[in-house]
Design a binder for this molecule. Structure first.
Ligand SMILES: Cc1ncc(COP(=O)(O)O)c(C=O)c1O
Length: 412
C-alpha cells in the first residue's frame, strides 16, 4: 500500500531539487579496508580521498591492538563516562594524549570523545556556559568545519552569543571588532588545517590577538594531528606554540587511523567540560577497545615509523607542488596532504570525478554546501601508503581528464 502525505511529498520534492542542482550525494559501498587501494562496488580503485593520511587505518599492529582490546575489555562500554563507562583504556589514552600537548599547553589535560563532531559541539557550548546569557562573543573563521559552525549555532541559541565571522587570511577586521568588544567571554574559533583547502590557520597571530584581547583560542586540528610537527603532535608542535589559553582539539579517525577525538586544555577547562559538556555527559562512552587500539596508534605516530610516514607524505606533497600543472583548473597552495583542485561548476567537478572513476581512481566531487557555490572541487588527499609512482600516474591522468572536461565545457 502506498500513501502520500505532506512530509513525504516535501522530502521527495527536496531530493528532486538536489538532483536538479547536481547536489545530490551518493553513498558508495566499499568491500575492503580503508587503504590506498580499495574495492568499491566490486571494482579495484586507487583512492586519493580518505583522511587516513598516515595509512594506519589497516595497519596490522592496530588491527591486533583492537582485537586485544576486545579480549581485555569486551566490545561495549555500557554507559557514559560519568556513570560507569570510563575504563582504564580511556584513562591511559587521555594520559598519553596529554603528554603529546603538555609542552604547548600549561597544566594540560586531555578528554577523549567518540567523534570530532561531538567534541566541537561540547567544547563550544560547554565553554559558552562559563558566562551569563548575552555576555559572550564568538569569532569564527569563515571556512571552519561544519561541526564548529554547528557548535557556534548552538551557543547562539543557548547563550544568545554574538557571532563575528573572520577571514583567516586577513585578520584586521577581527582585531577591529575585538577592540570594541566589552563581553566578558570571547572565543576565537578556527580550524588548524582548513579541511577543504589544506592551508594552515595563522595560529601564532591568532594567539597574539587572543592574548591582547583576553580571549580563548579554540583550534580544531582535525587534519593536523598526526601529520604536522616532527613527532606528529600537530600544529602547536609545528609552530612551536606555548600558551595557557589554547583549547586544542584533535581527531583520531583521520591520521590516527581509528576513530574518536579529544580536546586538550588547562585542567580547569577540561574539568568544566566533564561537568557541563552535554555531548560528553549524555553519551555512551566509546568502546574501550577503541581507546586501546588508539594507544598503539599514538605509539606509532610518535615513533621512527611515524617520522618515516610523515617524510613519505612530505615527498608526495613536494612532487605535487613541483609537477602538477593545470592549464584551466586551479591548484591551491597547500603544505598538507589535502590538495584541492578547484573546477568551479558542479557539472565540471562531477564530470571529472566520473572520468577519474573510469580511469580507476576514487576522488569524489566536493560541492556546496561543503564548499562555497562556484568553487566545486576535487579534494585530493595523500596517504603515506601512496608511492611516488602512484602520484605520477595520477598527475598524468588528471592532465588528460582536464583536457576532456575543458573541451566538453567549451562545447556546451
Ligand atoms: C576540521 C574538522 N573538524 C571536525 C571533524 C569531525 O570529526 P569526526 O569525523 O571525528 O566527527 C572533521 C571531519 O571531517 C573536520 O574536518
Amino acid at each position: 500500500m502506498t500513501s502520500s502525505f505532506k512530509a513525504l511529498e516535501l522530502a521527495q520534492e527536496s531530493i528532486a531539487d538536489l538532483d536538479l542542482q547536481l547536489l545530490r550525494r551518493k553513498l558508495r559501498v566499499t568491500q575492503s579496508p580503508c587503504n590506498s587501494n580499495v574495492t568499491v562496488e566490486n571494482r579495484q580503485l586507487k583512492a586519493f580521498c580518505s583522511n587516513d593520511y598516515l595509512g594506519l587505518a589497516n595497519h596490522p599492529d592496530l588491527v591486533d591492538a583492537w582485537s586485544q582490546g576486545g579480549q581485555q575489555y569486551g566490545v561495549g562500554s555500557g554507559a557514559s563516562h560519568l556513570i560507569s563507562g570510563h575504563s582504564a583504556a580511556h584513562e591511559l589514552l587521555e594520559i598519553k594524549l596529554t603528554s603529546f600537548q603538555k609542552k604547548h599547553i600549561q597544566n594540560a589535560r586531555a578528554l577523549f570523545f567518540s567523534t570530532g563532531y561531538l567534541t566541537n559541539l561540547a567544547v563550544i557550548t560547554g565553554l559558552a556556559g562559563l558566562t551569563e546569557r548575552g555576555d559572550l562573543s564568538i569569532y569564527s573563521a569563515k571556512l571552519n568545519h561544519a561541526s564548529l559552525i554547528d557548535g557556534v549555532r548552538l551557543a547562539v541559541a543557548q547563550m544568545n552569543a554574538t557571532v563575528n565571522l573572520f577571514d583567516h587570511t586577513q585578520l584586521n577586521s577581527l582585531t577591529d571588532t575585538l577592540t570594541k568588544d566589552t563581553k566578558s567571554l570571547k572565543l576565537i574559533v578556527t580550524d588548524g588545517v582548513f579541511s577543504m583547502d589544506g592551508d594552515l590557520a595563522p595560529v601564532k597571530a591568532l594567539l597574539q590577538i587572543a592574548e591582547q584581547y583576553d580571549a580563548l583560542l579554540i583550534v580544531d586540528d582535525a587534519h593536523g594531528f598526526g601529520v604536522l610537527g616532527k613527532q606528529g603532535h600537530g600544529i602547536l608542535e609545528q609552530e612551536e606554540i606555548q600558551s595557557d589559553r589554547i583549547i586544542y582539539i584533535g581527531t583520531l579517525g583521520k591520521a590516527a587511523g581509528v576513530s574518536g577525538a579529544f580536546v586538550c586544555a588547562q585542567d580547569s577547562f577540561i574539568e568544566w567540560l566533564v561537568q557541563k559538556g552535554r555531548p560528553y555527559v549524555y553519551s555512551t562512552a566509546t568502546p574501550p577497545a577503541i581507546a586501546h587500539a588508539l594507544l598503539k596508534s599514538l605509539e606509532i605516530i610518535d615513533s621512527a615509523e611515524g617520522i618515516e610516514r610523515r617524510a613519505q607524505l612530505n615527498q608526495l606533497i613536494k612532487i605535487w607542488q613541483d609537477e602538477m600543472i593545470f592549464s584551466e583548473w586551479k591548484k591551491v597552495s597547500s603544505c598538507t596532504p589535502i590538495q584541492p583542485v578547484i573546477l568551479g561548476s558542479n557539472a565540471s567537478a562531477l564530470m571529472a570525478a566520473k572520468l577519474l572513476d573510469d580511469a580507476g581512481y576514487w576522488i569524489p566531487a566536493i560541492r556546496p554546501p561543503t564548499v562555497a557555490p562556484g568553487s566545486a572541487r576535487l579534494r585530493i588527499t595523500f596517504s603515506a601508503n601512496h608511492s611516488a609512482d602512484d602520484l605520477h600516474k595520477l598527475i598524468t591522468t588528471l592532465n588528460r581528464i582536464e583536457q576532456k572536461v575543458s573541451k566538453k565545457v567549451m562545447h556546451d
